[in-house]
Design a protein around this ligand. Sequence first.
Ligand code: AP5
Length: 214
Amino acid sequence: MDVILFGPPGAGKGTQASAVCEALGVPHVSTGDIFRRHLREGTELGLLAKSYMSKGELVPDSTVVDIVATRLSESDAAGGVLFDGFPRTVNQATLLDRWLRQNGRKVDVVLNLVVDDKVVHARLSGRRSCLSCGATYHVLHQAPAVEGVCDRCGSDVVQRDDDSEGTVWKRLETYHSQTAPVLGWARGVCRVVDIDANRPISEVGQAVVAALSS
Ligand code: AP5
C-alpha cells in the first residue's frame, strides 16, 4: 500500500508515522529526514538542502524527485511506502503518480492532518529532536524521560534550526502557497481522508488507524 501522510509543518506527521508503518508493514520515507541525514554526513546534497531548509523554502523539485526515486528503488520499498513530507508541490505529486503507475502501483490514500496555524506554531516552538535517530519530542506534550537525552538512542535532543520563530512562519507560508494545492490534485486521483489533528496525539493516532481500515 502506498500512503501519503500530508499536512503542514508541525501537523504531527513524524509523530504518527511509526504507528502507520507498523500497521501497514511499509517503510517510512521522509524527505526531510533524508536531507537531515545528508547534512549530518556533510554531503553536497545535505549542504544544498540546508541552504533552502534554513530559510523555510522548498528544496528544488529536481533534487527531491531524484532522492525519492533512489529510495523507491531499494528492495524494502517494493511493496509500498509511507510518504512523509513528500510530495510538496503539484509537480512532485504528478511525477510520483507517474512513477507509481509505471510500476503497477498507485497512491492508495492521502491522510490529511488538518491543524490550525497557531497550533502549529506552538508545537514547533516546543519541539525538540534527536539529530541522530530523528525521534521527536515536545517540551510540554511528549518530553523525553531524561531531559535532553533521546529515549530511543541516548543521543542529544535539541531544537532544530528551522524551528526558530521566523522560519516557522515562513514554512507555514510556503506550505499554504506551494504545498496545500497538492490536496486539490489528490482529491481528483485518490482517496483523501481529512483528520482533525488539533486533538491530542493519542486521539489523532486512533483517527489515523481508523482511516486506514475504513
Ligand atoms: P520536514 O522535515 O518534512 O518538515 P515538515 O513538513 O515541516 O514537518 P515537521 O517535521 O516540521 O513536522 P511534523 O508534521 O512531522 O510534526 P511532528 O510529528 O514532528 O521538512 C523540513 C524541510 O526540508 C522543509 O521545510 C523543506 O525545506 C525541506 N523538504 C522536505 N521535504 C521536501 C520536499 N518534498 N520538497 C521540497 N523540500 C522539502 O510534531 C511537531 C511537534 O508537535 C513535536 O514536538 C510533537 O511532539 C508535537 N505533536 C505532534 N502531534 C501532536 C498533537 N496531536 N498534540 C500535541 N503535540 C503534538
